[in-house]
Design a protein around this ligand. Structure first.
Ligand SMILES: *[C@@H]1O[C@H](CO)[C@@H](O)[C@H](O)[C@H]1NC(C)=O
Ligand SMILES: *[C@@H]1O[C@H](CO)[C@@H](O)[C@H](O)[C@H]1NC(C)=O
Ligand SMILES: *[C@@H]1O[C@H](CO)[C@@H](O)[C@H](O)[C@H]1NC(C)=O
Ligand SMILES: *[C@@H]1O[C@H](CO)[C@@H](O)[C@H](O)[C@H]1NC(C)=O
Ligand SMILES: *[C@@H]1O[C@H](CO)[C@@H](O)[C@H](O)[C@H]1NC(C)=O
Ligand SMILES: *[C@@H]1O[C@H](CO)[C@@H](O)[C@H](O)[C@H]1NC(C)=O
Ligand SMILES: *[C@@H]1O[C@H](CO)[C@@H](O)[C@H](O)[C@H]1NC(C)=O
Ligand SMILES: *[C@@H]1O[C@H](CO)[C@@H](O)[C@H](O)[C@H]1NC(C)=O
Ligand SMILES: *[C@@H]1O[C@H](CO)[C@@H](O)[C@H](O)[C@H]1NC(C)=O
Ligand SMILES: *[C@@H]1O[C@H](CO)[C@@H](O)[C@H](O)[C@H]1NC(C)=O
Ligand SMILES: *[C@@H]1O[C@H](CO)[C@@H](O)[C@H](O)[C@H]1NC(C)=O
Length: 473
């Protein structure tokens, strides 16, 4: 297979340069419309579904920002029976939620009340035995008090939501996501045990509570008999999953391709007319310090969170003739997707940035696979609930054929198979084998050694190289 020998070549070149870590080879994305700045700014239409969690079956697999496609029985491609499934590690973005407080129009410019009555997150402590085991779940109900002179009305005056929190709809999507996974890995393949086995299965969350909110619905759907469960979490000072560890080396690489006189800077200038229209509704000044004009992230979140929950698009609180119309919202959605494509795939150094920014989690994945192949890892399943900021650099590091902003619930699954003493890796995104621009092509039963060599070209062997790179040594 010529494709694989190309990779061996690329990796061995990289391998010989391991001393000069990192030795990442960037393979440009295949051309997609989302890579095209003219389409983002002057095109029309939304790049997918943005107004409902429901994707019609006939279209399942298309981009749905509110609820991305994932593994489920209807579309799951079973592998030839001569291959034995040994291990599954899965990572996905949390499900839909209220916006972050930082993404709500400031100074009372929000005209719609977001109600979270009875939907608040649960936060409580519990011991496994003794009096501390007999506790009730405690639910949050956010409120503001007119007597508290320090209250800042962040748009939603009087709302009882905690911003952000997974919405009731998002909890329902989390439940369905877990149900669909169990229907494949438990019921159809008989790979997962009937009862959750904590000695071989692990669920993991980040320090952002919204990932635990998703876990509650998702794990219950996979294992309905459970009444409570312990998830894994790393300290917020070095969590690899979010990621929260600090890597100034990666940040410097990213800053370089977002600096003045880059395509990044150019896109913000070209998008000035889009900002003019949005600012006229929100009242946010162009020189704001809240991050509204350094990328389209905030406007994207403000508009898409509303639309995913069936709320209308906003109008200026003082002049209801000045509104965000659907075409303006669609432009924001095209621009947001262009930004992720640029940051994680288009820029030449995006692979280097992705690999090092997300390197600690990739090192953990590599170790899990190594342990399975060496026979020292008894785990069968690891499930990571994370963020767009986790999945995007993973997609970038794997050099997915075309980049995009991973929407709510975006799922990447690593399946390790064995056959006659050899190992193979399949990677699924949106429920289907991931197409990449690398010489590995589509990650569909790639030889383990090839995949492993690729991971080492990204993150080195044992963590020392990454640690030194991050810390500028
Ligand atoms: C992608 O588009 C660019 C610019 O339009 C072009 O130069 C390049 O040849 C295209 N690549 C492929 C693989 O089509
Ligand atoms: C968008 O269209 C305008 C008006 O035709 C043009 O001036 C501008 O260059 C176009 N922007 C991009 C990024 O192509
Ligand atoms: C969602 O948007 C599509 C167009 O993108 C439109 O056809 C459809 O009617 C909308 N659905 C709802 C529920 O608003
Ligand atoms: C976004 O801002 C508009 C304008 O004030 C507001 O009406 C809307 O509720 C906000 N939506 C979200 C989801 O923040
Ligand atoms: C908490 O649970 C542990 C483990 O079951 C038990 O050893 C300990 O006594 C309990 N603590 C209290 C205060 O009940
Ligand atoms: C918040 O809403 C209350 C009740 O509707 C109203 O009295 C108050 O003026 C509002 N505060 C702000 C800052 O808009
Ligand atoms: C990529 O980043 C490295 C490390 O900072 C730098 O040396 C190199 O010049 C960058 N490459 C490009 C194309 O910007
Ligand atoms: C910006 O980029 C252009 C084209 O690459 C180059 O000619 C120009 O000198 C650069 N300007 C600055 C300030 O770096
Ligand atoms: C609405 O009008 C008030 C009073 O003039 C002003 O302070 C506020 O900035 C305006 N808000 C928007 C979003 O234009
Ligand atoms: C933004 O610009 C306005 C008017 O030009 C000025 O009054 C304000 O101080 C500026 N704000 C910041 C944060 O620079
Ligand atoms: C990691 O690998 C490097 C290079 O092979 C080696 O120098 C270093 O001692 C190793 N570190 C650990 C902790 O094993």
């Amino acid at each position: 297979m010529p494709i694989l020998s190309n990779l061996v070549l690329a990796v061995s070149v990289a391998g010989s340069a391991l001393a000069a870590f990192p030795s990442v080879v960037h393979y440009p994305p295949l051309n997609s419309t989302l890579d095209d700045l003219t389409f983002a700014i002057n095109g029309t239409g939304a790049p997918g579904i943005f107004n409902s969690s429901v994707t019609p079956d006939a279209e399942y697999g298309t981009y749905n920002w509110c609820n991305m496609p994932h593994v489920r029985t209807k579309e799951y491609k079973t592998v030839d029976l001569s291959y034995k499934l040994e291990y599954v590690e899965l990572i996905h973005r949390h499900h839909k939620r209220t916006p972050y407080a930082s993404n709500i129009f400031p100074n009372g410019a929000e005209n719609i009340l977001w109600n979270c009555d009875g939907e608040g997150p649960l936060t409580y402590g519990k011991n496994s035995t003794g009096p501390g085991s007999d506790v009730i779940p405690i639910q949050w109900n956010a409120f503001t008090s007119p007597s508290n002179p320090f209250t800042t009305i962040q748009g939603f005056n009087g709302s009882n939501c905690q911003f952000p929190q997974i919405s009731a709809d998002g909890i329902a999507d989390s439940w369905t996501h877990g149900f669909d996974l169990a229907s494949v890995y438990k019921d159809q393949l008989g790979f997962l045990p009937k009862e959750l086995d904590p000695s071989r299965m692990h669920y993991r969350v980040t320090n952002n509570v919204i990932t635990s909110q998703v876990a509650g619905g998702l794990i219950k759907a996979m294992y309905p008999d459970l009444t409570d469960y312990q998830v894994l979490i790393q300290s917020s000072s070095f969590d690899s999953l979010e990621p929260a560890f600090s890597c100034s080396g990666a940040n410097a690489v990213n800053a370089q391709y977002q600096a003045a006189n880059t395509t990044w800077a150019q896109h913000l200038q070209l998008a000035a007319p889009v900002y003019d229209k949005l600012d006229a509704v929100s009242g946010i000044p162009r020189n704001d310090t809240g991050g509204w004009h350094v990328s389209f992230d905030h406007y994207y979140d403000n508009l898409s969170a509303k639309q995913c929950h069936g709320f209308p698009l906003p109008c200026n609180v003082n002049n209801t003739d000045v509104c965000v119309d659907q075409e303006l919202a669609n432009t924001v959605y095209r621009l947001g997707n262009w930004e992720y494509a640029y940051n994680f795939r288009l820029a030449q150094n995006s692979t280097l940035y992705s690999a090092t920014h997300y390197g600690a989690w990739i090192l953990e994945l590599k170790a899990h696979l190594e342990g399975k192949v060496a026979g020292t890892n008894q785990d069968i399943y690891r499930h990571n609930i994370a963020h767009d900021g986790s999945v995007a650099p993973l997609m970038g590091a794997l050099q997915i054929a075309n980049g995009y902003w991973p929407g709510m619930g975006t799922e990447v699954v690593f399946e390790l198979y064995s056959k006659s003493g050899s190992y193979f890796v399949r990677v699924l995104i949106g429920g289907q084998p991931m197409q990449t621009s690398t010489p590995m092509g589509t990650l569909d039963l790639v030889d383990y050694n090839t995949f492993h060599a690729y991971l080492e070209s990204l993150v080195g062997t044992n963590g020392t190289e990454l640690f030194n790179f991050c810390n500028g040594h």
